[in-house]
Ligand binder design. Structure first.
Ligand SMILES: NC(=O)c1ccc[n+]([C@@H]2O[C@H](COP(=O)([O-])OP(=O)(O)OC[C@H]3O[C@@H](n4cnc5c(N)ncnc54)[C@H](O)[C@@H]3O)[C@@H](O)[C@H]2O)c1
Length: 264
């Protein structure tokens, strides 16, 4: 097929499954990248979730493979990159998407829970970048996309989620430093900050807050008045990771229907 934007590229997506029925952002990104010609390395801690994404990709004639890894274990990152290289011959794109949400406010967050959130949401992306960047440089460069959250930029109301917000904000700090240090090696790195996106993870958060999804107008809180979905994040990730983003690095892009642009 002609004019596919990621033809010949190898892309690693962490959290490539969905935590429930429906479309998570990692699943949508994996599918879209495969449609655009990438060989996609699906990293997830649950085999059935990764397998579902793999089946969808293969049903469309795409190419992907699974690496099972629980990213709360800090020894996993170098293994994931080594196995990805062995699987498809190199790494061109890394999407740090897997994350743990935090339901706890500051006063209820234990040190152990804080450490767990930081490990999955910040340490693992850090170590994956560390292991992937030398492999990308060997191929003349590469592109990294970190999935953060608007929680890294503004309060979330209620008790908030300070451990999650801190870890996501840390991904942005890491990004600007890597953008500066490795830009001349052909490495670009950007962040996407999703607003409330209609995914299984969001539904879990809504349930946990004791709310009824059908009774809250989620889109009504943003400028556009409509809900975002996983494909909105996937299209932004394709833009940043692929050739259309060739002159973009060090950017933290909200994909949130304008929520961060407003104060209400
Ligand atoms: N959905 C939203 O409203 C929203 C808003 C802001 C940011 N985000 C971010 O988007 C990303 C994806 O969210 P989603 O809503 O698609 O989630 P999701 O729960 O549907 O999918 C996340 C996937 O990551 C995997 N995963 C979780 N922990 C893992 C670990 N330790 N090791 C390996 N895999 C692991 C899960 O198994 C799951 O398949 C996350 O980084 C999240 O913080 C989502």
């Amino acid at each position: 097929m002609e004019n596919r934007k990621l033809e010949g590229k190898v892309a690693i997506v962490t959290g490539a499954g969905s935590s429930g029925p429906g479309m998570g952002t990692g699943k949508a990104m994996s599918l879209l990248f495969a449609r655009e010609g990438a060989k996609v390395v699906l990293v997830d801690m649950f085999e059935d979730r990764a397998q579902e994404t793999l089946s969808l990709i293969e049903a469309e004639g795409g190419t992907a493979g699974i690496i099972l890894a629980d990213l709360s274990d800090v020894s996993q990152a170098p293994r994931v990159i080594d196995e990805a290289v062995a699987m498809f011959g190199g790494v061109d794109i890394l999407v740090n998407n897997a994350a743990l949400t935090s339901p706890f406010g500051l006063l209820d967050t234990t040190t152990e829970y804080l450490q767990k959130v930081i490990t999955i949401n910040l340490t693992a992306p850090f170590l994956l970048c560390k292991a992937a960047i030398p492999k990308m440089i060997e191929r003349g460069g590469g592109s990294i996309v970190n999935i953060t959250s608007i929680a890294a930029m503004r309060g979330q109301g209620g008790k908030g989620c300070p451990a999650y917000s801190a870890a996501k904000a840390g991904m942005t700090g890491m990004m600007v430093d890597i953008a500066d240090s490795f830009g001349r090696d052909g490495i670009r790195i950007n962040c996407i900050a999703p607003g409330l996106i209609d995914t299984p993870m969001r539904d879990t958060s809504i349930l946990r807050a004791g709310l009824d999804k059908t009774k809250i107008n989620l889109g009504g809180r943003n400028c556009l008045g409509v809900d975002g979905d996983a494909w909105d994040i996937a299209r932004a990730a394709l833009f940043l990771a692929g050739p259309d983003g060739r002159y973009i690095t060090g950017v933290h892009l909200p994909v949130d229907g304008g929520v961060t642009a407003t104060s209400h």
